[in-house]
Design a protein around this ligand. Sequence first.
Ligand code: ZN
Length: 336
Amino acid sequence: MLVQAATGNTSVKLDGVLWIKASGKWLAHAGKDEILVPVSLAETRRRVETNTDPAGQTAIVNGQTLGTSVETAMHTVIPHRVILHVHSVNVIAWAVRSDGEAQLQARLAGLDWQWIPYLPSGLPLAGAIQEAVEREPKTKVFVLANHGLVVCGNTPENAEALLREVEARVAITPLAVPEPNWEELHRIGDRLGWRVASNPAAHIFGMDPVARRIVQGGVLYPCQAIFLSNHVPVFSRYVTPSDVAEVKTSWVVVDGLGTLLRQRQNPVEGLTLGGLAQVILRLPEAAPLAYLTEPEVQNLLCADVYHYRERVEGNSSERIPFPQRASADGVAAELR
Ligand SMILES: [Zn+2]
C-alpha cells in the first residue's frame, strides 16, 4: 500500500554522506539486501547546482555496485536529514484528481505541507521542490501530483510518525472487490497461455465498468505507463490465442471477468497492477481526474526509463525489447 516493487525511495544525510536507496532495489528487501548507496552530499549538491542529474552515481557496497535513485536530486534539495518518498495508494488517489489540492486542505490542515504539480522525476521535479522549500522552508510534507508523497524528519522515527499521520488523515475506504470467477479465468488463461492475476483487486478492470472507464481514460501516474502500458486491450470471454497474438501490452482485460498477464517470471507487473487497482478502488465515480498529457506520457517512455525498468526487473531472465515510439494509429508506444 505504500510502495510497489522498486518504487519509492528513502535517504538519510549523515556526516556529509547522502545514503540513498539504490535504483532498482526494493524497500521491502531492506532487511536482507544492500539497498542504500552512500555518496558525497557535497558532490551531489554540486551536480544539482550545475544542472547535472546526480542519479546513477555509483558506489560499491559489500561487493555490489549500486547506483543512486532516479530521485536523488529531490533528496538533495530537501534540507531535512531523513526523507521518505512513497507511492502510497491513498495519497495517489488524491494526487490524480484535478481537485486533489483543494480536497487535501482540510485533511492535512495544521501540517506543513505543499502540493507540487506534476513534473518528471529527476531534475525537473527537484527544481519544483527546491522552489517550494525556498518559499516555505518548514515544509515537511510534499504531495506530488500524479506521483506520490514525500515526508521529512530529523530522525527516522519522526519521519515515520509523520508518514503514518499523513496516511491516517488521507486514508480512503476502498470499494469492496467482488470474488472473481477464478475457474473461468484460469480456463481462459490456460487456453491463451497467459496467467491469471493472483491479486483479486486486479480483476476489477473486468468486473467494474467504472474502473474500466478510468483505466481506459489514460495514464494516471508514471508507473502505470512504465510497467503496464498506456492503454489496455479488452476481449470477450470467447477470446482465442490468435486474438492475443498481436497484443503488445503485458496485460489484457476479459470483459465481465478480470485481468490476464503475459507469462513472465517477473512480479513487477502484477505488483504495479495491484497498486493501480487499489488507487482506482479509492476513486469515486464522479471524481474529476487529471490524467497525464500525451507529451508527458511520451516523455516517460524514453530510453532512460527503459533502462530504469530493466534495473527494476533485474531478476528477470527475459530481455525486454527496446520501446517503440508512438505508432500511426495514435496508440502510444509500448515498452515491448
Ligand atoms: Zn516516485
